[in-house]
Design a protein around this ligand. Sequence first.
Ligand SMILES: Nc1ncnc2c1ncn2[C@@H]1O[C@H](COP(=O)(O)OP(=O)(O)OP(=O)(O)O)[C@@H](O)[C@H]1O
Length: 282
Amino acid sequence: MNAVINVQHLKKTFNKEAALQDVSFTIQKGEIFGFLGPSGSGKTTTIKILTAQTEETAGDVLLFGRPANEMKQSNNRKRFGILTDNSGLYTRLSIEENLLLFSNLYQLPKSAVKEALDFVNLYADRKKKISQLSKGMMQRVTLARAIMHKPELLFLDEPTSALDPVNTQHIYNGLRKLNEMGTTIFLTTHDMSEAEILCDRVAFLHKGKIRAIGAPKDLKKEFGDESITVELKNGACEVIQTGQQDAEKLFHWMQSNEVSRIYTNEPTLGNIFMQITGSDLV
Ligand SMILES: Nc1ncnc2c1ncn2[C@@H]1O[C@H](COP(=O)(O)OP(=O)(O)OP(=O)(O)O)[C@@H](O)[C@H]1O
């Protein structure tokens, strides 16, 4: 077993209100794992517990086989990186100066700063002061800091929530490369297309409970029907099943050159979330 994260029966209450209820999951080395849920479902609370910023009320939380609170120890800090919305950047310093400070702290070579700036597409803006940055640029600087030391485990809380499509794509490519080099990634999002594009497995979190967990393609198979839609040249739209009976219909339309388009009726992760919980992801 190569579990990087192992969470069993995790519970967290704030003033007697349950934020997490009996949450269990494991994440293997090299996975990109997505925690999907609407606002208030408990995503950030989970990241805070995993990164020892908040204590659990009950349950077992192991990182690299050790209790999560040991990750606070200085010899363990280098093993993971965290991106949250609480930036902790020095606003009067430039982007580059902030990253240089961080690289010194972790005794990284100077080249790590350039690499991190390229990762988040900010090399040209490196002299800008943090106080002058847009929300999306700030998010990219925080991400640069989180990945700079090439951690074994990376926590990303809504990593692209403030980014435009071009930078979002750039970050996705960077995260894939980092993952190929061995970094395990735990990310939270309520963007289901982000989860589909990036994640090997996802968990659906709703009101502090995991409602489903699995690879996006397996969840789609489990919760989808096997129908396909056939659009005919006369404008009609026919939904047919993938069995013998409807195969004959399809054969007939194809033979008589009536088919304009064919597509599967695969549900999106958002459809599945709605089907399971009765509510939207946003
Ligand atoms: N420090 C706190 N004190 C009291 N309640 C809290 C605290 N932190 C979180 N909560 C509550 O716990 C629940 C889960 O919150 P959490 O921030 O984990 O949700 P989330 O899924 O990350 O939401 P979002 O997508 O909006 O960030 C919410 O009901 C929230 O109000």
